[in-house]
Write a protein that binds this ligand. Structure first.
Ligand SMILES: [Zn+2]
Length: 484
């Protein structure tokens, strides 16, 4: 009886995505048990169901990274404060959000330690020690780690004081080699987002104002969320010789002379899970893309409360055994009703539900229910394996198609500032417009509309136009949006 009450309670509590997107987002994450708020303000606990999504994404990306010849390593959590101060723009960019350790082992520290907000400084300090000649290059290292950036306003996955990520840091002899690595890293992220997260986006270069502190140029994958706001999915930076200068990294070239190398760094974080939740979820809860779903199919024996239940459970186990190549779970809990379980797995976004009741048992069939469109079909047990494969592929494809459509329909062009303001105010989404690339115009636009430059798309064509703000000659249409 208590359980039945709980069922009604949960259904009532999940606000509709279309009614209150912000509340829906937090509700769905907490209720589906992906994550919860931690006792420290701004921190979150990633629960097993959420962590499994991270692990799935991590595995895909780790394979991509390793295939490119990059090796994993681990650097310390603490960075000497003086290391961080070596690159001027870098320290200015990060100092407002640093956590600093001043006491260790009960004693005031001689030298303050910073909890890493990112690891350029500690890694490059080591690189300056390791790099002597061209024979030591390239260095291709990645680390999977946690980082801390003190946030005043936080949101689960999207903005938390501590988050998980990977950061790649490579060193090369020539600028071309480094730039190729920047492109390689970005292409890996694009593949991850499109083929696994099933989220379409626009990728390209960041403006001078929006680039990473200390970088020469920054590249990004920008996604559009259902509320019309942009979410930056990752970044890949060309650092040139800036950090080599600051950290005194030099190598003896093939020409017998000393040179400064060219560097890159690139990162992808648990923020991506926030994008997944927002992009695909609906009024009933999460919708997991099959490629990253912790549980791709859940088998639910429809118990009748009689001795046939044993048969159903046995059949469910046989089905699970036959579906070894997929992530499958049986929900054979007897303390919950079928209706309760259906609701829960909808909330958790399992792509496929496989129901097996007495009728199915007799007909040697199972009932498939798709999470993405609610479609019900009967499938012969003998054809289960290939049918599960087909349905999961179809769901994955369908989610990406939907995302592509959303991006296309919500990317608009503005030829005047009036038009620009109207779009940002009413429809939101991405707006493409000519911009003269001056920081003043960018700041004014941001101040007046809250829209920032997201990127110059990789496929932007050189054209003749006038900056929508100041009217000066401009040659590219940049992408603007309000952003998370
Ligand atoms: Zn301008």
């Amino acid at each position: 009886m208590q359980k039945e009450n709980k069922q009604e309670f949960e259904k009532e509590q999940l606000v509709k995505k279309s009614e209150d997107f912000t509340k829906w987002y937090t509700d769905v994450i907490v209720k589906s048990e992906m994550a919860d708020y931690a006792p420290v303000k701004g921190c979150q606990v990633i629960r097993p169901y959420g962590y499994a999504v991270w692990e799935a994404a991590q595995k895909v990306l780790d394979d991509i990274i390793k295939k490119a010849g990059v090796k994993n390593a681990y650097f310390p959590l603490f960075i000497p404060e003086k290391s961080l101060q070596k690159e001027k723009e870098h320290v200015e960019g990060f100092s407002p959000e640093l956590a600093v350790v001043t006491i260790g082992g009960g004693e005031e520290l001689q030298e303050k330690l910073v909890v890493r907000p990112t690891s350029e400084t500690i890694i490059y300090e080591m690189y300056s020690k390791w790099i002597k000649s061209w024979r030591d290059l390239p260095i291709l290292i990645n680390q999977w780690a946690n980082v801390v950036r003190w946030e005043k306003r936080t949101r689960l996955f999207l903005r938390t004081t501590e988050f998980l990520w990977q950061e790649g840091h490579t060193v090369h002899e020539t600028p071309d080699q480094a730039k190729a690595e920047v492109d390689r890293a970005l292409a890996g992220y694009v593949k991850l987002y499109q083929e696994y997260f099933a989220i379409d986006g626009i990728w390209g270069r960041k403006s001078e104002t929006e680039k990473f502190p200390g970088a020469v140029s920054t590249f990004t994958y920008e996604m559009l969320m259902p509320d019309g706001k942009a979410l930056q999915g990752c970044t890949s930076h060309y650092l040139g010789q800036n950090f080599g200068e600051a950290f005194n990294i030099n190598f003896l070239g093939k020409d017998g002379k000393m040179h400064k190398p060219f560097q890159t760094c690139w990162g992808f974080s648990t923020r991506s899970i926030g994008a997944l939740v927002m992009a695909h979820g609906d009024d009933n809860g999460l919708v997991m893309p099959p490629q990253l779903a912790p549980i791709q199919a859940v088998i639910i024996p429809v118990f009748q409360g009689n001795k046939e239940d044993k048969e159903l459970e046995k059949k469910a186990q046989e089905i699970k055994d036959a579906l070894k190549e997929f992530k499958v779970e049986i929900d054979a809990r007897t303390e919950y009703s079928c209706g309760w379980k259906f609701n829960e797995w909808e909330l958790k976004g399992a792509p496929l539900r496989i129901e097996i009741g007495p009728r199915e048992l007799k007909a040697k069939e199972a009932t498939f229910v798709r999470r993405d469109n609610g479609e019900k079909t009967k499938v012969k047990i003998s054809k289960l394996n290939s049918e599960v494969k087909n349905v999961l592929e179809d769901i994955q494809k369908g989610l990406f198609e939907k995302s592509k459509k959303h991006l296309k329909e919500n990317t608009r062009e503005a030829s005047s500032y009036e038009e620009f303001k109207k779009i940002i105010e009413n429809e939101k989404g991405f707006v493409k417009a000519f911009w003269c690339e001056s920081a003043e115009c960018e700041a004014k636009i941001k101040e007046q509309t809250k829209a920032t430059t997201r990127c110059l798309p990789h496929d932007a064509k050189k054209e003749k136009g006038k900056c929508i703000y100041c009217g000066k000659d401009s040659c590219y249409k940049w992408v603007f949006a309000q952003a998370y």
